[in-house]
Each structure stands twice: as C-alpha cells, then as structure tokens.
Write a protein that binds this ligand. Structure first.
Ligand SMILES: [Zn+2]
Length: 125
C-alpha cells in the first residue's frame, strides 16, 4: 500500500545504510517509521515515513498538502476555491497539484498500473 500512495512506480523500497530494505513499523513515540529489522546489521536504523516520498522535503506542511489533495481529488475544487476555503497560499496549492499531476502522468505512461489503479472514487459495478 505505501508504495502506491507515497512513492512513484520506480520506488524499490527504503534501504538502510547497509542496503537492506527497511520495513514500515509503528513506534509508539514516533508513529510510523522505516526501520531495518535485520539483526546485527545497522543497529536497527530508522528514518521518517516520508523519506524519499512525494511529501518529503516540501516547504508546506503535510497537513496543508493533504488538505490541498483532498479538495482537489475528492471535492474536485478549483484552485481558487481551495485558497478561499482553506487560506492556503495559491503558490502552495499550485505546487502540490502540479507535482501530484506529474506523478500521475508518469505512472500512467509507465504502464505499470492495473485497471483498478485507474479507478477514482467508489466502484459502482
Ligand atoms: Zn540494516
């Protein structure tokens, strides 16, 4: 699931310093984190769940990014409506939508999706 939502189609997993694929783990103090589970590898190193994801290293907060995507994808709201409803700066809205749209285009062009991946919203059939 996390690879289809947070990362593009080329993503092969988060690697620890020794090249072992890390697993998504829930930590009561830090929430979800990527963590190496191989014993005697890298002292069980861990990193943010957002590491190397679409949401990493953006200027806007994760909350604002999710709000923009919610309004855009679920409500089909125009950008100016998102600004008026949320107070989020138009540059932030443009950046999130343009980047997300680019990821969707690359995913469609890759041919790596299934018919289920192309459906938006509730399936009625
Ligand atoms: Zn490791």
């Amino acid at each position: 699931m996390e690879q289809k939502i947070l990362y593009d189609y080329t993503h092969t997993g988060i690697k620890c310093p020794n090249g072992i694929t890390m697993k998504l783990t829930f930590n009561s103090d830090r929430g979800y984190v990527w963590r190496c589970h191989k014993s005697k590898c890298c002292n069980k190193s861990r990193c943010s769940v957002l590491f190397q994801s679409f949401f990493a290293e953006r200027k806007s907060t994760l909350r604002d990014q999710f709000i923009v995507l919610y309004y855009w994808l679920c409500c089909k709201a125009p950008r100016n409506t998102i600004t008026l409803s949320t107070g989020i700066h138009p540059d932030t809205i443009r950046g999130v939508i343009d980047d997300f749209y680019q990821i969707m285009q690359e995913d469609f062009l890759s041919g790596n999706q299934t018919e289920e991946d192309l459906k938006i919203g509730k399936c009625t059939s």
